[in-house]
Design a binder for this molecule. Structure first.
Ligand code: SF4
Ligand code: SF4
Ligand code: SF4
Length: 512
């Protein structure tokens, strides 16, 4: 029986016949206990539940708990522990956080009218994301992240500042998720809008979990039901609109295991992969991921530059000149992000001008009859180089974000011990630790933090050097003249980026 798929299922199905990586890696779901856990409908519910409890506690304690942010449960767990833990999860597991995320989790429970069972009806208007917007992939997620980061800096939320601001921020993300789930179908929010999705998808491509993939693709090609995408009485159709038969990276697999439960042929497995596989080897690279990666680099460079003492007068001068009330001035914030992105685009354009074979791209430009078409053709030609070379920077960007979290983690993570004993500032001593001396104990001295930051950045730089070398050989050697020289120049650029970011950490001296 022929099966008619709906958009955006069709969009995924269009990729069905594109070639994929035939060997996704090592199958974790071969082990019976893991298999049994993944088959259970309780699997994702139990992963989300503890975080759901913690984040509602964060909302409540941010409003009702201690005014001192260094003793408040909400600020301590969110900014000293959670943010660093999420980055560790991304670098190690990819979308591991998305499996247990309370934001999408709560909204999905409401949308499905069920905590874990398969419910036949859904509470949603079931709208589809606009086709025009879907061309921009995760760029809306980057924009929301850029805006929220600016608000976070302006109100010093992660400083941490007033605990109630942390409650507002978490509540805002949950409310945004809920509204989007009630209007749009499935996990449209996660696929396009969530402020963390672009970050997790990009940084997470360094991770070792490949996601759920099909065991035998031929079975999928002749499969009459496509239950993994459409759903069945055993489970929901893929909430992320992924098709395990065509996935060639871990970018969009939320690890929910619905396809694993659904497949009538037991043809889906959970796979591990060597680190950086999803950076180096995706069959289809996405230009929106390149834009997200460069935007993320710009944000973290802004944060590093602003942590330098000599930069404070510049920001203050801009605020005085533009009559803006306080740090960070939006002009230098957007300016540094845009300049960082432009610098990488300029470098790639230069590389292309020197090394591209005359035929690659120019033919397309020549064929274009009008100026807009010629411009589009030129952009396409540049994009063919910009996208893979931006993927090569992902490991160093991931390391940069991880290194940025280390001072708070190392200096203050143990403050959770007293904070947890009296979360509502009522004089409780629930675990006998309310006055623990661990409040002022650091996991590492400042010099140790800087050394660990350097080590993390060195690892990230090595990862980017390896990825760039592989990517140039794999994606660009056919388009380039003197590919060896091209590889050397590309590696020199990556090394320069890594060293510059390391020097910034040295100059910051462990600043938070
Ligand atoms: S994309 Fe965002 S809301 Fe969705 S699961 Fe991941 S972190 Fe949560
Ligand atoms: S239901 Fe199973 S066999 Fe059919 S397309 Fe999906 S993964 Fe492949
Ligand atoms: S249904 Fe499968 S492919 Fe889709 S997000 Fe869940 S685990 Fe990943």
């Amino acid at each position: 029986m022929a099966v008619r798929l709906r958009e955006p299922e069709q969009a995924a199905a269009r990729e069905i016949f594109a070639p994929t990586d035939p060997a996704p890696g090592w199958e974790l779901s071969r082990f019976r206990p893991i298999r049994r856990a993944l088959k259970s409908r309780l699997f994702q519910f139990l992963a989300i539940l503890p975080n759901q409890v913690i984040f509602w506690l964060v909302i409540l304690t941010g409003v009702l708990g201690a005014a001192d942010p260094t003793r408040n449960f909400a600020t301590v767990i969110t900014w000293y522990i959670w943010f660093a833990a999420v980055f560790l999860l991304m670098v190690g597991v990819g979308r591991g956080w998305c499996l247990m995320c309370p934001f999408g989790g709560l909204a999905e429970w409401v949308q499905r009218l069920s905590l874990w069972r398969r419910h036949p009806r859904a509470l949603t208007l079931g709208r589809r994301w606009s086709r025009t917007l879907s061309r921009y992939g995760l760029i809306p997620s980057l924009i929301v992240f850029v805006v929220l980061t600016w608000f976070e800096e302006f109100f010093n939320i992660a400083g941490p500042g007033r605990p109630v601001y942390t409650s507002y921020l978490v509540f805002f993300i949950i409310a945004l998720a809920l509204v989007t789930f009630l209007v749009f179908e499935r996990r449209t929010f996660c696929r396009y809008l969530c402020p963390l999705s672009g970050l997790i998808g990009t940084v997470g491509s360094t991770g070792m979990v490949a996601g759920f993939r099909t065991r035998n693709r031929n079975t999928c090609l002749t499969c009459p039901t496509k239950d993994c995408m459409r759903g069945s009485e055993r489970g929901y159709g893929c909430p992320w609109y992924e098709w395990p038969g065509s996935a060639s990276s871990n970018l969009m697999c939320g690890l929910c295991s619905e396809c694993f439960k659904n497949c009538p042929y037991d043809n889906v497995g959970l796979y591990l992969q060597p680190p950086l596989t999803s950076v180096v080897k995706p069959v289809r690279r996405r230009w929106d991921i390149a834009v997200v990666a460069l935007g993320l680099l710009g944000i973290v460079v802004f944060q590093q530059v602003n942590a330098l003492a000599p930069y404070a007068p510049v920001d203050a001068w801009l605020n005085r000149t533009l009559h803006f009330p306080g740090y960070p001035n939006p002009v230098d914030y957007v300016g540094i992000v845009a300049l960082t992105m432009a610098a990488v685009v300029g470098y790639v354009a230069g590389l292309r001008a020197v090394f591209a074979r005359p035929s690659s791209g120019l033919r397309a430009v020549g064929a274009a009859v009008s100026r807009p078409l010629a411009r589009a053709a030129r952009w396409q030609a540049l994009e063919r180089w910009l996208t893979p070379l931006s993927y090569g920077l992902i490991p160093v960007i991931a390391a940069d974000y991880l290194a940025r979290q280390l001072p708070k983690l190392c200096d203050h993570a143990l403050r959770i011990v007293p904070a947890i004993s009296d979360p509502f500032d009522l004089g409780w001593n629930l675990f006998g630790t309310a006055h623990s001396h661990l409040y002022s104990v650091r996991l590492l001295p400042t010099s140790g933090v800087v050394h660990v930051q350097m080590a993390v950045m060195a690892l990230g730089t090595i990862g980017s050097l390896y990825a760039t070398r592989s990517i140039v050989r794999r994606d660009l050697s056919g388009e380039a003249r003197r590919p060896r020289f091209l590889t050397a120049v590309a590696l020199a650029f990556v090394a320069a980026v890594g060293v510059a970011l390391m020097l910034l950490y040295a100059a910051m001296g462990g600043a938070e």
